[in-house]
Design a protein around this ligand. Structure first.
Ligand code: VG1
Ligand code: CO
Length: 542
């Protein structure tokens, strides 16, 4: 039986950088999830009888919301829902399924690297038929709808069994429960030289992959250990848990410090990696060397042709604005296009669809290619492995040679988390107010060449996105960038991105914070971080 349920709008359902993210108790309010899901459906046209993909990172509340999505898909007239077994789908795997099944779109349930549990975070994101996150005009429409919604439709179908694969009918609609890993693993086999990777592991190459008790565990077990023959135990923390074992599933040097320590230790494996809650981020650490995500993007782009899926070369590279310029130098050398977009994967979709970019990346540990329309953690790991296998060198040697060829972009991000929203907004407003007066002045002995609030003109559809981050450029090419996070769920997070280009090989490989010390001080002088926030140091440095 299909019911139309009267509801009243919530005012806070504006999707952020990557979908709607809130604390679980917010999502548990009456009709909260239903309102948002119906607002998504109401913003779409022409899905009657079509396929919807749904799955999530397995965090607390995942199964409940999947049941709601299925019951509402029945009531709204979808023809089929494809759902990952146990409700599990990594974000890149969901993107792949949408594309492979020619689905109308998909709902991905995740709050990514944010912690999970009854009092932690949850999230819902809509991805369109290209497999990519809804573009801004779609998220704007969803938000507008959520503010006036008065009813949603839902079918009384009882709980659907998500744990057995197979297809069955529910209320006149097909529900297909699929293994979450199979299609994704097949896609990876088309891109990378699995024979070469098997030979690499057979030769004694040792690796550690930390799934952080999040969604990539089953993917890593299957691909690294079963298909590629890596030693059992290569994948660690591989059982997805609803609360990620109480940790942040954020693969950075703070939350994956144990991996970093292991990789710097005397008996370090050859290669270390980790992924986040929903499997779209990657952390790459070679024996004795952490590779910044910005550098990793540049190095993957420079070497991608060594993997079968990219042997024809790259069409172009795209990076988010705060990501370091390391990849730009690779694009220049390859003679291909380089695109600078706002933060968030949704801005890469048009470039990928139009065949203008092949590889994209963000400083926040997201890298991906045109194989799907999301960033992809395991893909980045496999591309690194393929490059290591072909070059037969250590990650550390590859990094040193890359810097010698292109120079090193020293790079760091300082996050000030859970700052009071008013204070964070005041800081940004004050900064905006003085942008015009900054060029020509000097801070910490460095002269400011230009300062602006980044706006993006999408070269494919002509749309314009303003206020995407404040950037201050110094003479000589160093820069600091300031922006507020769009994924947090409490207070505001100020992100400060700091970069210096160093061409001289004699000065490569120094301590990053020391190499950036004057710029770090300059960032505080310019934005008044201490005075506005009352913080004397960042909560997270990556
Ligand atoms: C952060 C990152 C951004 C990334 C986004 C979603 O956004 O900075 O690069 O695309 O998270 O990634 P923000 O607005 O908090 O800076 V994920 O892995 O959370 O889906
Ligand atoms: Co993520």
């Amino acid at each position: 039986m299909i019911r139309t349920v009267a509801t009243t709008p919530y005012t806070d359902q504006k999707p952020g950088t990557s979908g709607l993210r809130k604390k679980v108790p917010v999502f548990q309010q009456p009709n909260y999830a239903e309102n948002f899901i119906q607002s998504v459906f109401d913003s779409l046209e022409g899905f009657a009888g079509k396929t919807l993909v749904v799955g999530g990172d397995g965090r607390f509340y995942n199964r409940e919301v999947i049941q709601k999505v299925i019951a509402m898909a029945v009531a709204n007239g979808f023809g089929r829902v494809v759902v990952g077994q146990g409700g599990i789908l990594s974000t890149p795997a969901a993107s792949n399924l949408i594309r492979k099944r020619k689905a109308f779109g998909g709902l991905i349930l995740s709050a990514s690297h944010n912690p999970g549990g009854p009092h932690e975070d949850f999230g819902i994101k809509y991805n369109a038929e290209n497999g990519g996150p809804a573009p801004e005009k779609m998220t704007d429409a969803i938000y507008a709808r959520s503010k006036v919604i008065s009813a949603y439709r839902i079918a009384d179908i009882g709980a659907v069994d998500l744990d057995k694969t197979g297809t069955f009918e529910v209320g006149g609609m097909k529900v297909e429960v699929v293994d979450p890993v199979t299609d994704y693993a097949e896609l990876m086999e088309t891109l990378f030289d699995f024979d070469a990777l098997r030979a690499l592991f057979k030769s004694g190459f040792r690796m550690r992959f930390d799934a952080m008790h999040a969604v990539t565990g089953p993917y890593a077990k299957e691909i690294l250990e079963r298909r590629l023959g890596a030693a059992e135990g290569t994948a660690r923390n591989f059982v997805p848990l609803e609360d990620f074992g109480g940790h942040h599933p954020d693969p950075n040097l703070v939350h994956a410090k144990h991996l970093y320590d292991e990789m710097m230790g005397p008996d370090a494996p050859d290669f270390g990696a980790a992924s986040d809650g929903d499997g779209d981020r990657n952390l790459i650490i070679g024996r004795g060397i952490f590779i910044t995500p910005s550098d990793s993007l540049a190095m993957l782009a420079a070497n991608a042709h060594l993997a079968p899926g990219y042997k024809a070369g790259l069409k172009g590279i795209a990076r988010s604005m705060p990501t370091s310029g390391a990849a730009d130098r690779v694009a220049e050398k390859l003679g291909i296009g380089m695109y600078e977009t706002p933060t968030g994967w949704k801005f890469f979709g048009n470039l990928l669809d139009a065949g203008m970019a092949t590889i994209c990346g963000e400083e926040s540990a997201g890298t991906g290619s045109d194989h799907v329309r999301e960033k992809d953690g395991l893909w980045a790991v496999l591309l690194w492995l393929n490059i290591l296998a072909v070059r037969g060198e250590s990650a550390k040697d590859i990094v040193a040679k890359h810097w010698a060829t292109y120079g090193q972009n020293y790079y760091s991000r300082h996050d000030y988390e859970e700052v009071e929203t008013d204070k964070a907004n005041a800081l940004v407003d004050a900064l905006r107010g003085k942008l015009a007066s900054l060029p020509g002045t000097s801070v910490q002995g460095m002269k400011i060449a230009s300062a602006d609030d980044f706006a993006y003109n999408d070269p494919v559809d002509g749309s314009v996105s303003r206020n995407q981050g404040i950037r201050v450029l110094f003479e000589g090419g160093s820069r600091v960038v300031f922006r507020l996070s769009g994924t947090g769920t409490s207070g505001a997070t100020l992100r400060v991105y700091i970069e210096r280009y160093e061409p001289d090989p004699a000065r490569h490989g120094q301590d990053t914070q020391a190499a950036l010390a004057d710029l770090i001080k300059a960032a505080d002088d310019i934005a008044g971080i201490r005075s506005h926030t009352g913080r004397d140091k960042p909560s997270v440095i990556t």
